[in-house]
Design a protein around this ligand. Sequence first.
Ligand SMILES: [Mg+2]
Length: 200
Amino acid sequence: MQSVYVDMDDVLCQTAQHFLTILERDFGKRFTFEQLTDFDVGQACELTVDEKQELYRIVHQGEELLNIPPIPGAVDVLQQWSAAGHDIAIVTGRPPDTYEPSVQWLNKHGVPHNRIFIVDKYGRFAPDGSQCISLEALRNHTFCWAVEDSPIMAMYLASQMKMPVALLDRPWNRKDTNHELVSRHHNWIEIAQALPSNNP
Ligand SMILES: [Mg+2]
């Protein structure tokens, strides 16, 4: 059976909202969710290189990651898919050293997962071929469908891997995501309806 590809940040976890909370709490900068019109939060919030580095350092601490709330509906839908016998692959672009807290988060919220892939989605790390794989190596795996929020990844999966992508509508992915294999959805209920449990 083929796997369903499920991204983590801003697909399962309310990560961008958590970024905004930290920006206000630790940097004294206030932005709204709708202002995040660029996938790069540093660009969207006009942060300096140092500010962006510090923001990412804070966000990727284990305690911070564990405190990110889940996106409404996500866990329920994945539990339904899993109960129906479908394989769930979590495919994240987080840094490799966030593996442990990420697994803890999945378990804490009862997210079913058969496999976890850490993929160098954005050329940020050095893939080591085992814990962290390259985008090229991801192509060796077959998925029947992906759920993503990243415009770059949605286009890569659709155009390079020829797979259907359910794109969760976000301010940062409203442009450059036109592809016949990319469909836009506003929440997990819409995604569940678009991907019937007997589909994979
Ligand atoms: Mg994401």
